[in-house]
Ligand binder design. Structure first.
Ligand code: C5P
Length: 236
């Protein structure tokens, strides 16, 4: 049985009040993802405001942090203290030390504020990159092998999970089982010609493959009845 908390809705709205109204209209306890665009446009105040749209809201702060270990560590304290995210992303490409410092900072800041530590999620290879792009940057191994290596680094650094494409879920689950949670975007309810997600899975396929969480943007935010879609996913 799928729990509503395993459904992450990407709040990819260009208008703040639309995002706020959407959250208010949802009857289920799901996770809401805000990314870089939202954060740079509306700032910490915007995040605070959106988190007041609902009591005990679960926010996924998809900022994909990537810098030297000291900078990321110091950025995490105010983020955790002020935003209190449920989930937070970092690029695994920042290296094991950066990830370890991030885990340390998130743990410390959570203790200090007496809140639950956010789930720290690593981004492997961006799905916008292909093998040719990697070669151009001097990498001599395939994307699949890179994802394997990156997921090992995530595990060693004690991240809670990784974000990966539907094509990589099985690989990561076979390697790490439940030690790393897997979050998968690229979810569609049915095939749509007018779409940029060329490789996708249905919610059921993604969960059957082992995804712990699915990320859905447009299929939910553009739906006439998003509550009914969530209900169907849970009851499937
Ligand atoms: O509208 P859609 O369901 O495609 O939205 C998916 C969300 O997940 C968007 O916020 C998008 O930026 C994000 N995402 C993705 N593919 C990735 C990583 C993130 O679609 N590989």
């Amino acid at each position: 049985m799928i729990n509503s908390k395993q459904i992450i809705c990407a709040l990819d709205f260009d208008d703040f009040s639309k995002a706020e109204n959407f959250i208010k209209a949802i009857d289920y306890d799901i996770v809401y993802k805000v990314g870089m665009e939202f954060f740079y446009r509306f700032g910490i105040d915007g995040i605070r405001k959106i988190s007041n749209a609902k009591k005990n809201i679960k926010l996924f702060l998809d900022l994909k942090l990537h810098d030297i270990p000291n900078t990321v560590e110091r950025a995490i304290y105010p983020l955790v203290t002020n935003v209190r995210p449920y989930m937070l992303t970092l690029h695994i490409g920042g290296g094991k030390k950066m990830l370890r410092n991030a885990v340390f900072a998130a743990t410390e800041a959570s203790k200090k504020n007496n809140i639950q530590k956010p789930l720290l999620l690593g981004v492997t290879v961006l799905t916008s990159l292909n093998n040719k792009d990697l070669q151009e940057m001097g990498h001599t191994i395939s994307i699949t092998k890179s994802v394997e290596n990156y997921s090992n680094i995530a595990k060693k650094a004690k991240l809670d999970g990784i974000v990966c494409s539907p094509l990589e879920v099985k690989l990561v689950k076979n390697m790490h089982g439940n030690i790393l949670k897997v979050i998968t975007p690229g979810i569609r309810l049915q095939k749509s010609s007018n779409d940029d997600q060329s490789r996708f899975l249905s919610p059921k396929e993604a969960f059957d493959m082992g995804s712990d969480y699915i990320v859905m943007g447009r299929p939910l935010i553009n739906a006439l009845d998003p509550n009914n879609i969530i209900k169907k996913i849970i009851n499937n």
